[in-house]
Ligand binder design. Structure first.
Ligand SMILES: NC(=O)c1ccc[n+]([C@@H]2O[C@H](COP(=O)([O-])OP(=O)(O)OC[C@H]3O[C@@H](n4cnc5c(N)ncnc54)[C@H](O)[C@@H]3O)[C@@H](O)[C@H]2O)c1
Length: 355
């Protein structure tokens, strides 16, 4: 059987992980690569034996042999590239967030609906091994109805700079970059209820703390500390139509003792923590039980998570399974994220679905 021919668009930091995962899948040929920076694309092409190199994604999409693409560019290019790829008949795995506005998200959804192609949003945390463990307990009814969740990703020093801190290209700061992961993880496990209202705050108090020495952190491929117009902390309270609620706080810069990550869901019959590490909470015979599942990695194993995500995408392209992170979830997430930014801007709650 011929292999699925895959192209990578944007070959910076995260593209490495995509390429490693595709390279390990025997049903895939890493076929084409595209980056605005030609040398970057050429270097990756050599490392992975990729035959077709481009600097213009439209030229790449013209190749009828190409079956599917991973979009690993800055966020503002996600929607135009995804729409062009779907319309060119390619399957699409688009990195998170789906795009940077709700309007764009709806345009992507329209293009997907009008085609028979797969679009998977890169909500990689859904594909984590521990997420699957918790999901199994939820599906067996052991957590009961989940009515509250807490999602947090606080970096004291972690503004990646470059396009990440240029709102025009990123759509925002830690909320759209980190918040998207932890909110989505909780929301997915809560059963993806429709958002009813959001109330949020965004602060630009500390800047990117590029002055700090002796600590290293993730930086974008074109790091530039001089440009930074995104928030450095955001928090929000999200209400859902089914009565459930979620509290979130995220930062790139904060006077915190250490970095912190939290993803916890609370149900009528039990609770679950995915971050900082896997834990199930229950009550039996009038006694509270904290249950530690015995797994290889109690945290998020990124390498396995990405491999699962990419293998699932490949299986979806080959028609074997439905994607776990479809376009409509990307749209709902954009409503939540953009609603929080709007609420922070106006100082008012944003309500959805009201005339
Ligand atoms: N899932 C995750 O955990 C995770 C982690 C990091 C980044 N990401 C996402 O991946 C995407 C890329 O992030 P990154 O950290 O790799 O950024 P990066 O800055 O390291 O790389 C981006 C690359 O895209 C290229 N590029 C920019 N515009 C392009 C265009 N129009 N056509 C082709 N190439 C273009 C740049 O030259 C650069 O090489 C973002 O959407 C980010 O949110 C996801």
């Amino acid at each position: 059987m011929s292999k699925l021919k895959v192209g990578i668009i944007g070959t910076g930091g995260i593209a490495n992980v995509h390429m490693q995962s595709y390279a390990a899948n025997p049903e895939v040929e890493l076929y084409a690569i595209c980056d605005l920076v030609q040398e970057r694309a050429a270097q990756k092409a050599e490392a992975y034996g990729v035959s077709q190199i481009y600097t213009d994604f439209r030229e790449m999409l013209n190749d009828p042999q190409l079956d599917a693409v991973s979009i690993c560019t800055p966020n503002s290019f996600h929607a135009p590239i995804a729409i062009a790829a779907i319309q060119a008949g390619k399957h699409v795995l688009v990195e998170k967030p789906l795009c940077i506005t709700v309007e764009e998200a709806l345009e992507v959804e329209k293009a997907v609906r009008a085609s028979d192609r797969v679009l998977q949003v890169g909500f990689v945390r859904r594909y984590g091994s521990n997420t699957k463990v918790v999901k199994q307990f939820i599906e067996a009814g052991e957590i009961g109805e989940v009515y509250y969740a807490r999602a947090s990703c606080l970096r004291r020093l972690g503004n990646p700079g470059g396009w990440f801190s240029d709102a025009k290209r990123s759509g925002g700061g830690p909320l759209i970059d980190l918040g998207v992961h932890v909110i989505d993880l909780c929301w997915y496990l809560m059963g993806r209820p429709k958002v009813q209202s959001v109330s949020g705050n965004a602060y630009k108090k500390l800047g990117n703390r590029a002055n700090v020495r002796n600590l290293s952190y993730y930086k974008s491929s074109d790091y530039d500390p001089d440009k930074n117009n995104v928030e450095d902390l955001a928090n929000a309270f999200i209400r859902f139509e089914n009565g459930a609620s979620l509290y979130v706080d995220v930062s790139f810069s904060l006077h915190a003792k250490e970095d912190e990550i939290t993803a916890k869901i609370y149900g009528e019959k039990g609770g679950a923590e995915l971050e900082p590490e896997l834990l199930l909470i229950s009550e039996k015979h009038d006694t509270i039980l904290n249950i530690s599942p015995q797994v290889d990695n109690a945290g998020f194993d990124a390498i396995k998570g990405f491999a699962n995500e990419i293998n699932h995408f490949v299986d979806s392209c080959l028609g074997r399974v439905e994607t776990l992170s479809p376009v409509e979830d990307g749209v709902e997430m954009m409503k939540i994220l953009c609603g929080i930014y709007e609420s922070a801007e106006t100082g008012k709650e944003v309500r959805f679905g009201e005339v």
